[in-house]
Design a protein. Structure first.
Length: 318
């Protein structure tokens, strides 16, 4: 279907349809909605590159990142760019800001530009189906990094969330802690559940009872760590295991307001943790290796291969 066909079906001018397709703001909201709904129903996407550069090889890779302000994702993005640049590719970075709607919208833009491939760090979404189907229907190679979804068959490079959480919790238990708070990510999501599973299994293997009150559900963002931290300060907890660095920073803010002797552990080690005047037990994620491996999967045109990378326990907190 061409743009003129959409215009004819809706009784609009080609210019009006073009403005909607290209994201111009000077379009009546009702008209914009009609066009967008029709486009979605017909699965229409303008292929700009195919129209203008059909004889040239596209060397652009689309990289979807859920939160570029997170130091973990910023560093991982840097290593991904570094490896693809060496291979002669340019990276088009898309920040989905942990929004499902934004993730869907960005895929339309990627299809329009005929990207040579997509590297996706998904939002922490509770997907009922493959969220990247529109790209796959267009035969665009898709590779996942860090986050996967239930029953995914897509190739990618991932962190072994279970084993990392297990190592951290076991280390805290071996240090004598029997009252360990866990701040999880949103438990609708796979990686958060895997990290909690590691926490639970470490307790079971060490024969230590888990207290339900010690499990605080967060969302991987600063504010949820701060809220959980304030509650933890009024409890009998002696150690805190934060499922990521941003929530740990929230706990540290709570500790500034009401100091308490706590041993702190964090799933993700970032360079910022080393600047803190505290010994923090953490897992080091080999992000440089993740960047190398995702490029290898792409370069080798792997269709199903998954690589799981084991976090390394950093015992700086001893």
């Amino acid at each position: 279907m061409k743009m003129k066909d959409i215009a004819k079906e809706l009784g609009l001018s080609i210019a009006t349809v073009s403005r909607v397709v290209n994201g111009h703001t000077n379009v009546n909201e009702e008209t914009k909605k009609r066009v967008q709904e029709f486009i979605e129903k017909k699965n229409y996407t303008p292929n700009v590159i195919a129209q203008n550069l059909s004889k040239m090889e596209n060397k652009t890779i689309a990289l979807l990142v859920p939160n570029i302000s997170n130091p973990f994702f910023a560093t991982l993005t840097n290593y991904i760019c570094k490896n693809f640049n060496r291979g002669g590719y340019q990276i088009a970075l898309y920040n989905t800001v942990e929004s499902l709607e934004q993730e869907k919208e960005i895929q339309r833009a990627i299809i329009a530009c005929s990207a040579a491939g997509v590297i996706a760090i998904l939002i922490n979404g509770d997907y009922e189906e493959n969220p990247l189907t529109p790209l796959l229907k267009q035969k665009i190679p898709v590779y996942l990094v860090d986050r996967e979804f239930e029953d995914s068959k897509l190739p990618g490079v991932f962190i072994d969330n279970y084993i990392g959480a297990y190592k951290l919790t076991k280390e805290l238990l071996e240090r004598g802690h029997r009252d360990i708070a866990l701040i999880t990510g949103n438990l609708d999501f796979l990686n958060a559940r895997e990290r909690m599973r590691g926490y639970i299994e470490a307790h079971n293997d060490m024969g230590v009872e888990i207290k339900d009150k010690n499990i605080y559900e967060g969302d991987y963002l600063f504010e949820s760590g701060y809220i959980a931290g304030k509650k933890i300060l009024d409890s009998s907890v002696t150690a805190v295991f934060s499922s990521n660095n941003l929530m740990l920073y929230g706990v540290l803010k709570a500790l500034k307001e009401k100091d308490k002797k706590l041993e702190l552990a964090c799933f993700e080690k970032t360079e910022f943790l080393e600047l803190l005047d505290r010994n923090i037990l953490s897992c080091s994620i080999p992000l440089e290796i993740m960047g190398e491996k995702i490029y290898e999967l792409f370069a080798n045109k792997e269709k199903r291969k998954k690589i799981y990378i084991e976090p390394l326990l950093e015992k700086r907190g001893e």
